[in-house]
Design a protein around this ligand. Structure first.
Ligand code: SF4
Length: 384
């Protein structure tokens, strides 16, 4: 009997912003007596529950914090939160993702320069609410091009996007604004982690019968991955954990793809894969590249060879595992620069931080004098 293949997306799971927030929370839990996170640290109930076991308590607002340390999560927070904490002597550990921080600064700069800031995103999402706060409450939020008509626009417009937005949605909003004759400046704020996971999911979904998307049901980036997989033609299921898997999903399937949102920890992905292996073995023989997700040094085998079900001529996705050892020289792409650090994308599931102390800067030199972010030219357009 032909094996049922379980194929992993080239890029999936924890992004650098989420990994950093979890690490900061764990550090604080080990150090401080009372540690609170303003809202769930990430959109993954299993990971939030694990952190709660280590002493990180989720609160809805500062009024629930008697004293101690508060962690601002990767989504960021509006300036009022920092002011209120300072006035009450509450320590703030800022785990705002560097990409979200950059979005906040770009929105604030546009607002200060007199642009009407338009945020393409979900108005109910805390990241968006935080960005609105950094514009002094002046930014307008649109979910898509259909919202543009109702905007009260008169002057210059500056567009930023929630970091997890789909590029095509932002492009549609920009096109509609230009069609209305607006003078438009667009800042690139979509995070590469999101774009990479979306592109990898799209490629894989076009070559499998079933896609399993792993992540919290409230995770915006995981929901978008599921939509992309459906749009690519795969029968798609969004699960939070292994217990959500249904054996009937894999009947008749020859290839099953797996991807995971940026807030999904590796251990949850591994549990899902282990359960899927059991379920597909009930159907036939499982041939899985599951080891390629997690343990460094394992796997690395290419999933090549057999034609895909929807296009017999195309090659199947190449799946690569990269692991690194201390002292190894690697090439990467600078994806974010700020005054204290740069973020470098060094390949599959791997992004690194180079701190200012690790750079050979001359006196008076800033990281931005030496490093430049590689931007997406399709979105980095400046008009008028
Ligand atoms: Fe940061 Fe991107 Fe992760 Fe959001 S998805 S936390 S913006 S790295």
């Amino acid at each position: 009997m032909k094996p049922v293949e379980i194929i992993l997306a080239e890029s999936l799971g924890f992004c650098i912003g989420v990994r950093r927030a979890v690490e900061k929370a764990e550090e604080q839990a080990a150090r401080a007596k009372k540690v609170f996170s303003l809202g769930p640290l990430i959109h993954n109930p299993q990971e939030v529950s694990r952190l709660a076991g280590r002493g990180v308590t989720v609160v809805d607002g500062l009024d629930e914090v008697p004293d101690g340390t508060v962690i601002v999560r990767a989504h960021g927070a509006p300036p009022e939160v920092y002011r209120a904490a300072a006035s009450r002597g509450i320590e703030v550990v800022d785990a705002t993702c560097p990409f979200v921080f950059s979005l906040q600064r770009k929105a604030m700069a546009l607002a200060d320069a007199g642009y009407q800031v338009i945020i393409v995103g979900d108005p109910a999402h805390p990241e968006v609410a935080g960005v609105v706060g950094w514009t002094g409450g002046r930014a307008l939020v649109v979910t898509g091009e259909e919202d543009v008509e109702r905007l009260p626009l008169t002057g210059r417009v500056g567009v930023v996007a929630q970091t997890t937005q789909r590029k095509d949605n932002v492009e549609a909003v920009v096109a509609r604004l230009k069609a209305k004759g607006q003078e438009v400046v667009v800042e690139q704020t979509i995070c590469r982690a999101t774009a990479e996971r979306q592109e990898a999911a799209r490629r894989l979904a076009a070559h499998v019968d079933v896609m399993v998307v792993v992540g919290g049901t409230t995770s915006s980036n995981t929901q978008k991955l599921a939509t992309i997989c459906r749009d690519a033609g795969a029968r798609t299921y969004h699960v939070e954990s292994a217990s959500d898997l249904d054996p009937n999903w894999f009947c008749q399937a020859k290839r099953v793809g797996v991807t995971a949102g940026a807030s999904t920890p590796d251990w949850v992905v591994k549990e899902v894969i282990r359960r899927m292996e059991e379920l597909v073995q009930a159907e036939g023989v499982a041939e899985t590249q599951a080891q390629q997700t997690g343990e460094p040094g394992a796997g690395g085998e290419q999933a090549g060879g057999t034609p895909g079900p929807q296009n017999g001529q195309e090659e199947r996705p190449h799946i690569e595992m990269r692991s690194f050892r201390p002292g190894q020289l690697v090439q990467g792409t600078v994806v974010h620069v700020d005054s204290d650090q740069i973020l470098v994308d060094v390949g599959y599931k791997s992004e690194g931080i180079v701190t200012r102390a690790e750079m050979s800067l001359r006196p008076g030199q800033e990281p931005a004098d030496v490093f430049a972010e590689q931007c997406d030219p399709a979105l980095e357009q400046r008009v008028g």
